[in-house]
Ligand binder design. Structure first.
Ligand code: 3MF
Ligand code: MG
Length: 344
């Protein structure tokens, strides 16, 4: 019986369309409507930033944080939803202006670790054990502003502090090579897994791979996934697409490179990712031109493309492909793949 997939989204994937050059163009979508949309579109998992789940969490005492997160957990359960992960949103806070874990300001570094521990409290009260770490501003715009040797150690110290404080949580690092910083200290899956291996609890550090982030690093997303899957470390994905080296586009899965999307689904299928219980998340953004009444179409399309590609992978003529491989006839293999995708 082939694996079934579970799908997830974050509330930021349904948004009012502001970009760095223009204001919102759609009304904000209340959280209840995000949950309704998730259910209607067949998504079971909700991904959270810590303050999506518990607004103003820094001004609340631990008991109040737990109460609010537990209320959110019940709200999800009422609709048949679960929390997939919680991520500490360090990059929007004033203390995180120059990064958190790698800030040049020691009080900001302490704040970042404390905030991450609060994020863990939110996750546990939501009934989930996965923390996603996107080290957004852990990097530089001016290379000489930080010491990369020290910065790399500081990221590891932060990971260790979280692991030691929370023996039941896992951390999935979501690497990205740039944006908002010019050069990030954790740009690829190799960097993330190396940090995990050097941490105090290597078994509890894995990765989340985002298609666009791999492409921005000049890497093939399916090979990044293969590398993580081989190590049993692919704990979530942010499938989307990216048209070359520019700002992070968060396009619909397959919209820029359908074959690349096929290859990602292929590697997930080959490694039995669906059987691990991990979610298929889409980190996609509605186009700014989209009207409010259909501003979730990008999510529906991404899921539809994913499921269509699962069928394409399962119906791929593997016996013929194996013969091409045995004959080292990769030109015929190329044609086989293209004709299969074109259905001719
Ligand atoms: C940025 C991202 C982020 C992360 C999210 C969860 C806003 O490029 O991909 O989306 O996925 O913060 O860590
Ligand atoms: Mg992402």
């Amino acid at each position: 019986m082939p694996a079934a997939y579970r799908f997830s989204i974050g509330p930021w994937n349904i948004h009012p369309g502001a970009d760095p050059f223009g204001p919102p163009v759609r009304p904000p979508v209340p959280f209840d409507q995000v949950l309704d949309a998730a259910v209607a579109l067949g998504f079971e998992g909700i991904q959270f930033h810590d303050d999506d789940a518990v607004p103003d969490l820094e001004s609340l005492a631990p008991a109040a944080i737990a109460r609010e997160a537990e209320a959110m957990r019940r709200r999800l359960a009422d609709q048949g939803l679960v929390a997939e992960f919680v991520a500490p949103r360090l990059w929007e806070h004033a203390h995180g202006i120059d990064g958190g874990y790698t800030s040049n300001d020691p009080s900001a570094r302490r704040w970042a670790i404390e905030r991450s521990k609060r994020c863990v409290d939110v996750a546990l009260a939501l009934g989930c054990d996965l923390i996603v770490m996107w080290p957004a501003r852990e990097g530089t715009a001016v290379r000489e502003s930080k010491n990369p040797v020290q910065a790399s150690r500081q990221v590891l110290e932060a990971i260790d502090a979280i692991l030691l404080a929370a023996p039941n949580v896992r951390i999935a690092i979501e690497p990205k090579p740039n944006e908002p910083v010019d050069h990030a200290f954790v740009p690829t899956i190799g960097h993330a897994l190396s940090l995990g291996a050097r941490s105090v609890a290597p078994d509890r550090v894995g990765v989340l791979i985002e298609t666009a982030h791999a492409i921005l690093a000049g890497l093939d997303p399916s090979d990044e996934m293969g590398f993580a899957l081989a190590a049993g470390k692919l704990w979530s994905v942010h499938l989307n697409d990216q048209n070359g080296l520019k700002f992070d586009q968060d396009k619909v899965f397959g919209a820029a490179n359908l074959r690349g999307a096929f290859d990602q689904v292929r590697v997930l299928e080959m490694a039995g990712y669906g059987d691990t219980g991990a979610f298929i998340g889409f980190d996609v953004k509605a186009q700014r031109t989209q009207r409010a009444d259909s501003a979730t179409a990008h999510l529906a399309t991404s899921k539809r493309v994913f499921l269509a590609l699962v069928e394409k992978v399962r119906s791929f003529p593997q016996t013929i492909a194996d013969q091409c491989i045995a004959d080292r006839d990769y030109e015929s293999l190329e044609r086989l793949v293209l004709e299969h995708l074109l259905a001719v």
